[in-house]
Design a protein around this ligand. Structure first.
Ligand SMILES: [Mg+2]
Length: 411
C-alpha cells in the first residue's frame, strides 16, 4: 500500500452506539426568548426580533405562521399586533456563552453547532451523573435556573436522530428515542425533517407521492436513486434507515488527508507522473466523500533526487468533494512544477487535501440536489466499497502495481 494517513489532530471517535447517549440541546426561539427574559412585558406576546426581516420569532408569533426569514410586511399581514424588537447581539452572545458553560459542566464532549445549539456526548457518565435522560433533565433545569432560557433536548444513539428529537420536543421539551424504537419514531415524520431535504428536494419527493420518511425508506435506495440521483439517494436512504455514523466532534479536527507514492530514482515521463497523481487523487477523493468532508486546498508534494523537497498549493474557489475538480487542481500544480522535476529528477510524489470542512454544513444550508458531475464518483465509490479498493483503477495505472509503502511527509 502506498497510502498513509496524516493525522494532524486526533479527536475522540464516537460512533453510533446501541445506547442512546447523544444529546442535541437547542435553545427555543433563542433571540426572542432572550428578549422575553429581559423585558417581562414581552412574555406571552408574539415577539419578532429583526429589522427588515425576521431573525427570530417567539412561539406566540410562530403560532400565526411567522417564520424566519420572512419580511416585516408579511409578518404584519399575518399578525398585525406582533411586537417588533431590534436585535441585541451582545446580549445573545453573552447568553450563548453562559449556556455553553452549562454544557461543559455537563460533559467534556461538547460539539457546538451554532450560537444556540450543540451536541453533547454523555455516554460513560452513567455512574457519576446518571442515565442520559436524567442528565438531560438536569441540563434543562440548570439552563432555566442559571441563564433563564428554555432549551429543548433530544436524546438518541445518533446525532441526526437526537437533532430530530429535539425539534419534535419543542418548545421547552425533552424527547428520548429509545434504542430499537428509532424507526417507529422516525417513519411517521414528514420528509422535511431529514437533513438535506430543502424545498426543492421536498417538492421532488412530494411529486412522487412521498411525504413521510417511512415511505422513503420503504421505496428503497435503487428507486430513490432514479428520483434524486445516487448521492442524495444514498444520503437520504441512510438517514431514513436511522443510519448516521457521525461522531460528536469536540473541535479538534483532522485538518488534512494525504497520500503519496515513492517512485525510485529512474526517469519518469510527465504522462506517467500524471497517471500516478490521478491515482492519488482518486483515493483521496474517495476518502473525503466517505468522511463526509469537502476540501478547499490541494497541495502537491515532491521529493527530488538530491533529497530536496518542494510543495505547490492551489486553493479552489469553493469547497468540493468531486474527484474531477480535485484532479484539475492537482494537474495544474504538476504542470507548473514540471520544469523543476525535469531539472532535479523526482523520487516521490504526494498529494494532500487541506482546508477540510464538513459536507453536512453545506447540506444543512443548501437544498440537496443530485450533482450530475458526481455521479461517476458515487458509482466508483460504491464499486470499491463492495469489491475492494483495487476493483476499479485507471487504465494508465493498470501495470504499475501498488508502489512502495512510505510514511507521509509531515503536513
Ligand atoms: Mg434553536
Amino acid at each position: 500500500m502506498f497510502v498513509s494517513d496524516s493525522v494532524a489532530g486526533r479527536r475522540p471517535r464516537i460512533r453510533t452506539r446501541t445506547e442512546a447517549s447523544i444529546l442535541h440541546a437547542d435553545l427555543d426561539s433563542f433571540y426572542a426568548s432572550v428578549e422575553q427574559r429581559d423585558q417581562p412585558w414581552l412574555r406571552g406576546k408574539p415577539v419578532i426580533v429583526g429589522g427588515g426581516v425576521v431573525l427570530a420569532a417567539s412561539y406566540e408569533a410562530k403560532a400565526f405562521g411567522i417564520r424566519t426569514p420572512m419580511n416585516i410586511g408579511q409578518v404584519l399581514r399575518l399578525c398585525p399586533h406582533a411586537v417588533l424588537v431590534p436585535p441585541r447581539m451582545s446580549a445573545y452572545a453573552a447568553a450563548s456563552k453562559a449556556v455553553l458553560a452549562v454544557f461543559h459542566d455537563t460533559t467534556p464532549i461538547v460539539e457546538p453547532i451554532s450560537i444556540d445549539e450543540a451536541f453533547l456526548d454523555v455516554g460513560g457518565l452513567r455512574r457519576i451523573r446518571g442515565a442520559p435522560i436524567d442528565i438531560a433533565r438536569t441540563l434543562r433545569a440548570e439552563v432555566a435556573r442559571s441563564v433563564g432560557l428554555p432549551i429543548s433536548v433530544g436524546i438518541a444513539g445518533t446525532k441526526f436522530l437526537a437533532k430530530v428529537a429535539s425539534a419534535v420536543a419543542k418548545p421547552d421539551g425533552l424527547r428520548l428515542v429509545e434504542p430499537g424504537a428509532e424507526l417507529e419514531f422516525l417513519h411517521p415524520l414528514p420528509v422535511e425533517r431529514l437533513w438535506g431535504v430543502g424545498k426543492v428536494t421536498a417538492a421532488t419527493l412530494h411529486a412522487n407521492g412521498i411525504t413521510r420518511i417511512g415511505q422513503l425508506a420503504e421505496l428503497g435506495e435503487p428507486h430513490l436513486r432514479a428520483i434524486l440521483g445516487p448521492a442524495a439517494a444514498r444520503h437520504l436512504f441512510a438517514l431514513a434507515s436511522a443510519r448516521d455514523p457521525r461522531r460528536v466532534e469536540t473541535g479538534k479536527r483532522r485538518r488534512s488527508i494525504g497520500a503519496q507514492r515513492a517512485l525510485g530514482r529512474r526517469h519518469r515521463e510527465p504522462d506517467e507522473l500524471a497517471a500516478y497523481l490521478d491515482g492519488l487523487t482518486d483515493r483521496l477523493g474517495r476518502r473525503l466523500r466517505a468522511a463526509d468532508r469537502v476540501c478547499r486546498t490541494v497541495i502537491l508534494r515532491l521529493r527530488f533526487d538530491d533529497f530536496t523537497r518542494a510543495t505547490r498549493s492551489h486553493t479552489l474557489a469553493e469547497a468540493t468533494d468531486a474527484t474531477a475538480a480535485l484532479r484539475h487542481a492537482a494537474r495544474l500544480l504538476l504542470d507548473t512544477a514540471q520544469p523543476l522535476i525535469t531539472e532535479r529528477g523526482i523520487t516521490l510524489i504526494g498529494l494532500a487535501l487541506t482546508n477540510l470542512d464538513d459536507a453536512d454544513t453545506m447540506q444543512l444550508t443548501l437544498p440537496l440536489q443530485p450533482r450530475a458531475d458526481n455521479t461517476l464518483d458515487a458509482t466508483l465509490d460504491d464499486l470499491r466499497r463492495r469489491f475492494g479498493s483495487t476493483a476499479v483503477t485507471r487504465a494508465a495505472l493498470l501495470d504499475k502495481g501498488a508502489g512502495l509503502s512510505v510514511p507521509l511527509l509531515p503536513d
